[in-house]
Design a protein around this ligand. Structure first.
Ligand code: SF4
Ligand code: SF4
Ligand code: SF4
Length: 316
């Protein structure tokens, strides 16, 4: 992390109850969300090409340690993550004055799983970045790869590399340079016949172990104890984990996220069995975009078409 960024976080800490950023993960190629309360803890903070977590998941008050009514929290947000905060503000889940946001320009995050097959990614002990090349070491084997070949899919399609809503921005803003479309994967699915799509999703749902990590990591899923997918009365989903129950679980969730999903891809990233589950809410988003030109979390002050109503729409 640059000295400037650390100094700014240290300077902000007296104004906030805690600051949420990134710290060391379980190994050299992973980071983890880190909460700090004191300026001397700032040296544990990291900002590098492995800071993939969307920290906006901690913005809803029910998903983080409480703060007093007159206190606020600080956090660092990438461009994609900041869309979640805009959406949460629109939904009235948090008040703007409760947040102190540091904005950054993001160069794209490295998906180390793309090295699987070339090296045992679970045994990486060293990773070095020189300009556009990442070199990793595992069990005496060394592999070097161009970072452009290792970026997450969402980074290749990134339209918002700069934080969209912030109290202060550190560094220079960058220009978006998407190399593919955000809805490309959805469009590929749409090209399949209905039977092919049904077979695709049945296969994926049959692999789901219903761990609910996809729901828990989502910054826009904040119902917590009130979640319809957990309540017993009325009971909307069955406890048993099978293809049909899993389908029901995921379709309910996708409908609840229609026009609200901010396309951060966290749900798919954390899935332990690699189900591309983000494609379901993304499909709903594509519909909302095609009909209303709406992209969640990009227009501060405006509401999703599914949360708003215009009188002239009666005639449609
Ligand atoms: S989508 Fe954009 S802002 Fe988000 S991690 Fe990738 S490059 Fe950074
Ligand atoms: S994270 Fe993956 S396995 Fe877990 S509930 Fe979601 S789709 Fe199923
Ligand atoms: S549904 Fe997935 S991609 Fe959409 S906001 Fe939630 S975690 Fe991000």
């Amino acid at each position: 992390m640059s000295k400037e960024l650390k100094a700014r976080i240290a300077g902000i800490l007296p104004k906030v109850t805690y600051f949420i950023g990134y710290g060391t993960g379980i190994n050299t190629i992973q980071t983890a969300p880190l909460f700090i309360r004191k300026p001397e803890q700032v040296n544990a903070m990291l900002w590098n090409r492995f800071c993939i977590h969307n920290l906006a998941v901690y913005v809803p008050p029910q998903k983080r340690p409480p703060v007093a009514p007159d206190e606020k929290i600080g956090l660092i947000l990438k461009g994609c993550d900041s869309r979640a905060v805009i959406q949460l503000l629109q939904e009235g889940i948090v008040k703007r004055e409760k947040l102190y946001i540091i904005g950054v320009s993001c160069p794209g995050m490295i998906d180390i799983s793309k090295l699987q097959g070339k090296i045992d990614i679970n045994r990486i002990t060293k990773a070095e970045l020189h300009e556009q090349t990442l070199t990793v070491l595992a069990d005496k084997a060394e592999v070097a790869a161009d970072i452009n070949d290792l970026l997450y899919g969402k980074c290749l399609a990134c339209e918002y590399p700069n934080t969209l809503i912030y109290d202060e921005f550190i560094g220079q803003k960058t220009t978006a340079n998407p190399r593919k479309g955000i809805f490309d994967a959805v469009t590929d699915l749409e090209k399949m016949s209905l039977d092919q799509r049904k077979a695709f999703w049945e296969k994926e749902f049959s692999r789901c172990i219903r761990c609910k990590a996809c729901r828990n990591v989502c910054p826009i899923c904040y119902c917590q104890n009130q979640c319809l997918l957990d309540t017993r009365v009325p009971r909307w989903t069955q406890e048993q984990v099978d293809t049909k129950s899993n389908e029901w679980f995921h379709l309910i969730r996708a409908f609840h996220l229609a026009g609200r999903c901010i396309e951060c891809g966290e749900c798919a990233r954390v899935c332990p069995v690699n189900i591309p589950i983000n494609l379901l809410p993304m499909k709903m988003n594509k519909e909302l975009f095609d009909i209303f030109g709406w992209r969640a979390g990009t227009k501060a002050g405006e509401k999703s078409p599914l949360m708003d109503f215009k009188l002239e729409e009666e005639k449609l």
